[in-house]
Design a protein around this ligand. Sequence first.
Ligand SMILES: C[S@@+](CC[C@H](N)C(=O)[O-])C[C@H]1O[C@@H](n2cnc3c(N)ncnc32)[C@H](O)[C@@H]1O
Length: 298
Amino acid sequence: MVPETWPEKDAAGKGPERSCGQVLEQAAARLRAAGIDGARRDARLLLAAALGIEAAQVMAYPERWISDAQGAEVERMIVRRARHEPVSRILGRREFWGLELHITPETLDPRPDSETLVAAVVARIAARAAPLKILDLGTGSGCLLLALLSELPAAEGLGIDLDPAALAVASENAACLGLAARARFATGDWAEGLGGGWQVIVSNPPYIIGREIEGLSPEVAEFDPRLALDAGPDGLKSYRKIVPQAARILAPKGVLVLEIGAGQGDAVCRLMRQSGLAAIERLADLSGTKRCLVARPG
Ligand SMILES: C[S@@+](CC[C@H](N)C(=O)[O-])C[C@H]1O[C@@H](n2cnc3c(N)ncnc32)[C@H](O)[C@@H]1O
């Protein structure tokens, strides 16, 4: 995508004062000074968004002028990033499993690590074109459910969240991706009150120890919703509710796929066994951390 017209100086040499390349260098320097990792990459992404072009084009047209209005837009974005707001939150969108998702302050910014759950489910479905009932507990932006529906054309799913504002975002994402006919969303406290027969239950619940949240990077502690992070004094609060509920409502040959935090595997496996689940597998994410547990009815 290249803009049809770049701003130009007039015949008298009056007009825009700064070139694309100059703005990029200044923005990157400001982000570096603010301690942002990957300052130049982020400056490029934000500049591209302000100009309405692909990030690669920023590098291809360093000599082009940018208008005052575009400069002001870049400036607003750079100020936000210098305060450690993630690029995805500034742009209001994030790519997950190849899908473009809208995100808001009420939704977790989906993490690439959570794609481990999607891969785990897809790998365990023998007949991918067969009808399937999927439940996503703590759906947030809807990323897990929508990624699964995009892979499994006859599947239908329900996404549950405590926060209605997150569910509004998930519904909008389903509509934008053409998946609304197969995705329902409802407020709820995990699976409380739901009936059984779910062939797939996925969940990426909050799993951070409450008092440790302030010590996380500002990108997480200040910009991800607390409801999406805080799992009480030992980080296991959500699993204590989700695991027995899921064990009750899984179909006999169903599969439960849960995201876990680093070091939580043993404790969550114990909860699974106590609830009668079996055949437990531990799967690593791309960086080698055990990120996902898979279990089946015993
Ligand atoms: C870690 S986020 C995961 C969001 C999304 N599934 C993802 O992977 O990006 C956890 C989600 O659980 C929701 N949540 C927290 N407590 C809940 C509860 N008691 N019942 C249902 N959802 C809850 C939060 O609002 C948040 O959207």
